[in-house]
Design a protein around this ligand. Structure first.
Ligand code: UD1
Length: 361
């Protein structure tokens, strides 16, 4: 069996690492049935600390193709990816194309494959924010609809698909847990303190990069005002995405002194930050779950989340970009003694289950 994995953005490297490892383990156990995996990196994320560090730390196989497509408008980026991925697929003739999450690389990989009648597997399927102004929501909906097998991380994801009529559509759905939980468990003992970090504990870990926050007028100012207020109480460590770095420079935002802005960190450093922080403030999808894996409350600066079970169980609070809502939620959460002993994202063997299902299909 030959699989082409299409990835391009930071969160996809973490997810693909889990499945690549499961494929390698399968090959060791069943050498005669060898699964061949070739990785196509679209190039969407290209900085050393947004891309290469993940391949090194997590031993992801070196990409066979790097398409070097980045820093363009959504249409141009997706179009270029479609064209170049198609050329790779025509040459390699895989049985499967494996795509992850909700980025432009996801939809481009799925669409290129489907038009060539190559089977598509979507990992992290069925998630919805119900907000079609988010590029990620459009990518998810379209990718799900043209896939052959959908790997859903949660029951909510399965329910979303059912409500959209997927029970009457010939696409296999599998509730298999979340590959990110596998990653968190497997790599915990590799945690590494980021170099030059001036705090060791009792800080708030924050990341901000969503287009709805960086590009909606007033949102980024409001979030930084809130972080400034919170930083009077606790140091904030903010590994900053290049999109946000550019934006705060353009807007002339001057972050307060007790906000430590650092370069984007690798996965091992992120695990260290998660283990040692007291709380997470983010607009990332992945980090909301990782906060939960490491038993830390999370405050999400978005109006909605795909990970509704975190909200329902009180692990996560949605604030939007509103300054007073963020500061109030921080005060409410900071002394909250939450019981994190629930399993919401599977048992940590999602990678193996995905490989098993692909073989069985
Ligand atoms: C993308 C995904 C989003 C995911 C996020 C994780 C889409 C639509 N969005 O958003 O779902 O949560 O990745 O980070 O695909 N840049 C650099 N260096 C890099 C990477 C990006 O300078 O290594 C710059 C780009 O040139 C661009 C900006 O950052 O100007 C944003 O990058 P882009 O790929 O457009 O989307 P993300 O915000 O990263």
């Amino acid at each position: 069996m030959k699989i082409i994995t299409v990835i391009g953005a930071r969160p996809q490297f973490v997810k693909a690492a889990v499945v690549s490892r499961a494929i390698a383990e399968y090959n060791q156990k069943a050498p005669k049935e060898n699964i061949e995996e070739l990785i196509v990196h679209t190039g969407q994320h290209f900085d050393e600390n947004m891309s290469a560090v993940f391949f090194e730390q997590m031993h992801i196989p070196k990409p066979h193709y790097n398409l070097e497509i980045n820093s363009m408008s959504h249409g141009a980026m997706t179009g270029k990816m479609l064209e170049k991925i198609e050329a790779v697929l025509l040459k390699e003739e895989p049985d499967w194309v494996l795509v992850y999450g909700d980025t432009n690389s996801t939809i481009a990989g799925a669409l290129a494959a489907k038009k060539l009648h190559i089977k598509v597997a979507h990992v992290e399927a069925g998630l919805r924010s119900f907000k079609t102004r988010m590029p990620e929501e459009i990518n998810r909906i379209l990718t799900d609809r043209i896939s052959d097998i959908l790997f859903c991380p949660t029951q909510t994801a399965m329910d979303n698909l059912e409500k959209e009529g997927y029970n009457n559509i010939d696409i296999q759905k599998v509730l298999c847990g979340d590959v990110m939980y596998d990653a968190a468990l497997y790599y915990t003992d590799k945690a590494q303190k980021p170099e030059r970090l001036k705090v060791s504990q009792d800080f708030v870990l924050s990341t901000i990069h969503r287009q709805e926050n960086t590009d909606t007028e007033g949102n980024l100012e409001s979030i930084f005002n809130a972080l400034g207020e919170i930083s009077k109480d606790r140091t904030i460590v903010l590994p900053l995405h290049p999109r946000t770095v550019k934006k705060i420079a353009q807007l002339g935002i001057q972050p307060d002194e007790n906000i430590q802005i650092i370069d984007p960190v690798g996965y091992f450093e992120m695990i260290w930050l998660l283990m040692h922080c007291t709380m997470v403030i983010t607009d990332s999808g992945g980090l909301q779950k990782e906060a939960f894996f490491f038993k830390k409350p999370c405050l999400t600066v978005r109006e909605e989340t795909e990970w509704v079970e975190l909200i329902e169980n009180g692990y996560n609070v949605l604030t939007g970009a509103n300054k007073s809502a963020i500061v109030q939620a921080y005060r409410d959460l900071k002394d909250n003694d939450i019981d994190f002993n629930k399993h919401l994202y599977g048992t940590g063997s999602t990678g193996h289950e995905i490989v098993h299902e692909l073989i069985k299909f």
